[in-house]
Design a protein around this ligand. Sequence first.
Ligand code: CTP
Length: 407
Amino acid sequence: MLQDKRILLIIGGGIAAYKSLDLIRRLRERGVRVRAVMTRAAAEFITPLSVASLTGEKTYTELFSLTDEAEMGHIRLSREADLVLVVPATADLMASMANGNARDLATTALLATDKPVMIAPSMNVQMWLHPATQRNLRTLEGDGVVRVGPGSGDLACGEVGDGRLADVMDIVGAVETFFSATARATDRPLTGRRALVTAGPTHEAIDPVRYIANRSSGKQGYAIAQALAALGAETTLISGPTTLPDPANVFTVRVESAREMLAACQAALPADVAVCVAAVADWRMADGSPQKIKKNGGGPPSLKLVENPDILATLSARSNDRPGLVIGFAAETQNVVAYAQAKRDKKKCDWIVANDVSPGTGIMGGDDNTVHLVTADAVEDWPPASKSAVAERLARRIADYLKEPAA
Ligand code: CTP
């Protein structure tokens, strides 16, 4: 994963500077191209020559070096990297960074860079805990600087506590995590696609204070909307009443009843994919009472119900603007796959995600889900997973499908 990544390593002047040599080796083993800048104090602990032997490149130390500037200006040096890594980040270096000082090559490169910066602090425990250092740390984190460590333990100064440079392999791990998160953020195969998701229950009014509802929490549908948006889709979530916050980067429309949900879905078309996760109430009152129904001593009222529109079937049946991929959900308590297949045929959607919601599975309202993906010609049994993991997997499948629609 780190193959051919370029890291500008700024080596600060602390006793832990020697560990940067091992770090360079570990990064190079993973295919990273490391270019190093050393502060003058760092050169008191290790030599630019040992650093250059390990990086295989010239080590830069001076801001006003005619040769260095001619070969590689400090601006270029600070920009020709995917990540700037400061190891060890001494208290003084952190203070300079927090204040925007540019008094030597290292601090100038840190100020001139337009690339992400990661620091691995290392210093005496009192220096680390000093309010000034903690204040600088908060400033740096507010500026988007990523931090790894420090760890706790015996310090070179003889004291014990926080301030040890993070283990070299932990720094390598943090670098890997950083690059994989960046890769995920740029991996947006649904960019330019429009997605529509329904979620949550619907409430069907009996009178102004009572309604018919069900136990849907909305968690799975919200997670799917979020996962589609994370892959770049312009996503509209049509949600029945839930207690969940609007997912990030998703246009959320809140509705109450099945008929409102259908109208909001139709207004959100066209879409490349529609995922109907909502537990839509099957029935509503034939005539909702405009006033609260009173007891009146005549026994319980009988509720006359009529069927609600089927949103999934309606979207599947659209002629001109049918979404390219229409996906339904089937919550069943028995014969899960067989009922789901029958539902797929009946509602004419492309895929059905089926799950067993028998009491005891904990799926209804819970955080985990075990699903089967029923397509035209296959049934995939997915392993139990969190609702967000199921959502991410489904979003990936949708992205793959929209890339190459099945014949
Ligand atoms: N659905 C819908 N509109 C409805 C009812 C259901 O869009 N009025 C969608 C759900 O969002 C889900 C799928 O249809 O994607 C399955 O819903 P379900 O209620 O389980 O199916 P029903 O046809 O009602 O079957 P049954 O109640 O007999 O299980």
